[in-house]
Write a protein that binds this ligand. Structure first.
Ligand code: PEP
Ligand code: MG
Length: 909
């Protein structure tokens, strides 16, 4: 078997300013492992450890636990020895024990989606050793109870019974708190912690039927396997599918010496960012807690404190905390531990310069010694991404090409969505304030459970705090609001990653899951009530707030200008109305690649004329109805040409099956019969006559124009006359008339003949001419195969990859929704081919069609106008094929401009 011939090492050590791996090995070591190795090698104090590669995860999935343990046993043992030497401790030792953490780490960060076990190596003997060693009984027993709790839930699978229930361990703790009349975990006495350990072990035995494992090696292998298994857990699979990450990437496992932030009042832990992940502002920021472990900061159970003095002051202002109170209860790290802050500040500078990107770091202070636990390129909002790219460029840290490559194209989408209307915002009733965890504007109805987020068309997920289980609901909701948690809480980090508006830590909210209510002061809100969130200010607003269109300005505009400097392939838009054309122009579209003329017929007054045309039994009747449609079409074209100000405009002749236009409801059929002075029966029989079994493969596209030439004639007339009218106003436009759904050369020739004859007639009538071209869509496989012959006639090609995908796969566009989700779930398909171009299959037809077309017409203009024209990986493919342009919806134009530049840069590097 291929995997058994894997000759690469399976385990990589790091620590003590040395490492076997480096940051370039992300695919093998995972992002976390690669960065730990890199940090160690550049002298950052990283607790020593080792990484088991992602390939071992794949081997594990194929071969199972026993074989994989056998393969890595020796390496893992020698790596543990290495940690023991560096830390001066021993795994499982009663006197001077080494405890380790076991964490997942895929090649890209998937925050909270996989499993982690901390404090591993603990048992009844080791805990006594730890007491002796640290002289801190409280800490030792607290670590032990945390370990059982985490191991029990992650490795042994002890979970809450239902969504309204709490975790079995939490329940034991809550009961004890009630009995002891205390509120916080930190109030437990040593005896309480010992009792908890005992009760936890009883609960494990009761739930799993086995004793809690006491052998540290057994614990270690259990945890390693649990991390591998979590790669295929529900959360991880959902997250992977959402981002299109393939299942065969696997996760690495990082085993690392534990360092403790909860050992003393001189210990602590935190998360920090070299720049603001929400806005991109160049300010060091983050949160920490004294005497705590990492999960305490992200879970939001305690209110984390700010690292810098500036951040702390800003936080106090939002949380309405007086300066005296702030200094006493929530001082910044800068104020509380100035020398540790100074050291941390110097590492953040070093790391940002080293990685030349904004870093998201985790650190722990153990008894006054600072350790950096991890660094990675920080997740950020779209706005922050753009600002950071441009700022890093201006600061000289990266060059223009790097600035373009650092921006994730799809993230720009966030900047292209509506924002709150400033006028409406002034009148808004702000009911409470939280932390502006992820910017944006969100309006929706309150839901309290993630799995109910799709209950309303627009919902706001309101939670005390979120957990990774809530991921799917968070994705569906328009915005997320939590009562607990800071800027680095799970909700905040995940929301920023999704580009979703989020407000966290809104302490004034009282949430009751059982009653499904949200109380602010004396006002109670219920499930289904409207609220609005301003993720940029943290304002929580009662009711709905109006939104307005965004625009290109500031750093976004700079980024777009830079993109255009590098891109070779042009970006056009798919637009069916003057309004869309104007929006697309404002986003920088350099022309229209597709106007679907049928969309112009759907409006009320037009559909009537259209129906009369379809229902008429004679050519004369049809022509009559077309006469009525002509001025409407002409007017639309004039508007579009005007909006495009000389940029090319491709107009496609009528495409969809006729039955889409005829009325299917009895009342409308009656109206139409009256209007046309025909019987209801006549209307009904025409409707059923037009019915098709496979309308997508039926009487549509040029098949319509060839059976009803008068439609092509009317549309050509509308286009040419519109262009002539504009010419008279001094606006030059060169329409490109496009024939849809061509499969044979003759189909094209017949249409071209009508178009050119009609145009010539109009030129005679008007005694004036304009330039225009005639081309075709390539959207039927046969057309791609016959491209050399078609190109002898056609002036241009535009790949209609929606139909081309449909016909190459043989999946009906109308019906694929029935089986595609199952195919994706089962991994039969990696991605939806209607969203992401199937480069492997459909791509071959595009390459072949382009090459054959250009073999007979070397200057043939080639573009794409299917949905894929706005999807980053497909756009890159189009560039590599040598297309002249891609065309996409107006709101995707900036994304396509950026990808076009990125594709050029990648191809020359
Ligand atoms: C296509 O098929 O890719 C296309 C752009 O046309 P439509 O989606 O209108 O069929
Ligand atoms: Mg099509």
């Amino acid at each position: 078997m291929e995997v058994l011939q894997n000759v690469k090492p399976r385990v990589y050590k790091f620590g003590g300013k040395q490492a076997e791996g480096n940051s370039k090995m992300k695919n093998l070591l995972g992002g976390k492992g690669a960065n730990l190795a890199e940090m160690s090698a550049i002298g950052i104090p990283v607790p020593p450890g080792f990484t088991i590669t992602t390939e071992v995860c794949t081997e594990y999935n194929l071969l199972g636990k026993e074989k994989v343990v056998e393969m890595i046993l020796h390496d893992v043992e020698s790596s543990i020895e290495n940690i023991e030497t560096l830390m001066g401790t021993k795994f499982g030792d009663k006197e001077n024990p080494l405890l380790v953490s076991v964490r997942s780490g895929a090649r890209v960060s998937m925050p909270g989606m996989m499993d982690t076990v901390l404090n591993l190596g603990m048992n009844d003997d080791v805990v006594l050793g730890l007491v002796k060693k640290t002289n801190n009984e409280q800490f030792a027993w607290d670590s032990y109870r945390r370990f059982i709790q985490m191991y029990g839930s992650v490795v042994l699978g002890m979970k809450p019974a239902s969504k309204e229930d709490i975790d079995p361990f939490e329940e034991i703790m809550e009961n004890l708190k009630e009995k002891r009349k205390i509120e916080l975990d930190t109030e437990f006495t040593i005896q309480d912690l010992k009792d908890l350990v005992f009760d936890f072990k009883v609960a494990v035995k009761k739930n799993t039927g086995h004793d809690f494992p006491t052998n540290p090696w057994e614990q270690l292998w259990g945890a390693i396997v649990a991390v591998f298994n979590s790669w295929n857990g529900n959360r991880a699979v959902y997250y992977r599918n959402m981002h299109g990450y393939p299942a065969d990437w696997g996760t690495a496992v990082n085993v690392q010496a534990m360092v403790y932030g909860n050992m003393s009042e001189n210990s602590g832990t935190g998360v920090c960012f070299t720049r603001d992940a929400g806005t991109g502002e160049n300010v060091f920021n983050g949160e920490y807690l004294i005497n705590a472990q990492g999960e305490d900061v992200v879970s939001g159970v305690r209110t984390p404190q700010q690292i810098t003095k500036l951040g702390s002051k800003r936080w106090a202002e939002l949380a309405k905390v007086e300066e005296e109170d702030r200094l006493e209860n929530y001082p910044s790290l800068e104020e509380l531990m100035p020398s540790i802050f100074k050291e941390l500040n110097s590492y953040q500078n070093t790391l940002e310069k080293h990685y030349r990107d904004m870093q998201d770091m985790e650190f722990t202070m153990q008894d006054g010694k600072l350790w950096i636990l991890q660094t990675r390129n920080g997740k950020r909002t779209g706005a922050a991404m753009v600002k950071i790219a441009i700022d890093l460029l201006k600061e000289g840290m990266i060059d223009e090409k790097e600035a373009l490559l650092i921006v994730e194209p799809n993230k720009l989408d966030e900047l292209l969505h509506p924002i709150f209307d400033l006028k409406a915002l002034k009148k808004a009733n702000v009911i409470a304030q939280g932390l502006p965890a992820s910017p944006g504007a969100a309006t929706g109805k309150i839901v309290f459970f993630a799995d109910e987020a799709n209950k309303y068309k627009s919902s706001i997920l309101v939670r005390i705090e979120t957990s990774p289980e809530d991921l799917e609901g968070m994705n569906i909701a328009k915005g997320i609001l939590t009562a607990r948690g800071g800027m680095t809480s799970h909700a905040a980090v995940v929301a920023r990653g999704m580009g979703k508006c989020c407000i966290s830590g809104a302490g004034a909210l009282k949430i009751n899951y059982k009653k499904r209510t949200l109380t602010v002061g004396d006002h109670e809100y219920h499930e289904g009530d409207w609220i609005s969130l301003n993720g940029s200010t943290g304002n929580i607003i009662e009711g709905k707030v109006a939104t307005m269109e965004p625009g290109l300005s500031g750093e976004f505009a700079e980024l777009m200008k830079l993109s255009d400097k590098y891109s070779v392939m042009k970006v056009r838009t798919n637009a069916d109305s003057p309004k869309d054309a104007k929006i697309a122009r404002s986003f920088g579209a350099q022309g229209i690649g597709l106007t679907r003329t049928e969309h112009m017929f759907f409006e009320l007054d037009r559909i009537k004329a259209m129906r009369e045309m379809i229902l008429s039994e004679t050519v004369k009747g049809r022509k009559q109805a077309l006469e009525d449609l002509l001025p409407m079409q002409r007017e639309d074209f004039e508007g579009i040409f005007e909006a495009m100000q000389g940029f090319p405009v491709t107009i496609r002749l009528l495409d969809p099956p006729l039955h889409e236009f005829v009325p299917h409801q009895l009342a409308t059929q009656k109206d139409l019969a009256e209007d046309m002075h025909i019987t209801l029966q006549a209307v009904k029989s025409k409707v059923s006559e037009l019915e098709e079994f496979n309308p997508m493969l039926g009487h549509r596209g040029c098949r319509l124009g060839n059976t009803y030439p008068e439609i092509t004639e009317m549309q050509t007339r509308a286009i040419i006359e519109a262009a002539l009218n504009l010419k008279e106003k001094g606006i030059i436009c060169k329409p490109e008339i496009m024939v849809p759904l061509v499969g044979t050369v003759k189909e094209y020739e017949f249409q071209e003949e009508i178009i050119r004859t009609t145009a010539a007639t109009i030129f005679d009538e008007r005694n004036n001419t304009i330039e225009f071209s005639v081309g075709t869509m390539i959207e039927i496989p046969r057309a791609a195969l016959m491209a050399d012959k078609i190109a002898e006639k056609a002036d241009f090609f535009s790949f209609g990859t929606n139909d081309l995908t449909q016909m190459t796969f043989g999946y009906s566009r109308d019906d694929a929704g029935k089986f595609l989700p199952i195919y994706l779930e089962k991994g039969i398909l990696k991605v939806d081919p209607f969203e992401v171009l199937d480069q492997e299959g459909v791509g071959q037809l595009i390459i072949l069609g382009t090459e054959r077309g250009r073999s007979t017409k070397p200057n043939l203009k080639v573009g794409i106008c299917g949905e894929h024209g706005g999807e980053p990986s497909s756009i890159e493919f189009c560039y590599n094929v040598g297309m002249d342009y891609v065309s996409c919806s107006p709101y995707r134009v900036p994304i396509a401009r950026l990808v076009s530049a990125q594709a050029t840069i990648k191809s020359i590097e």
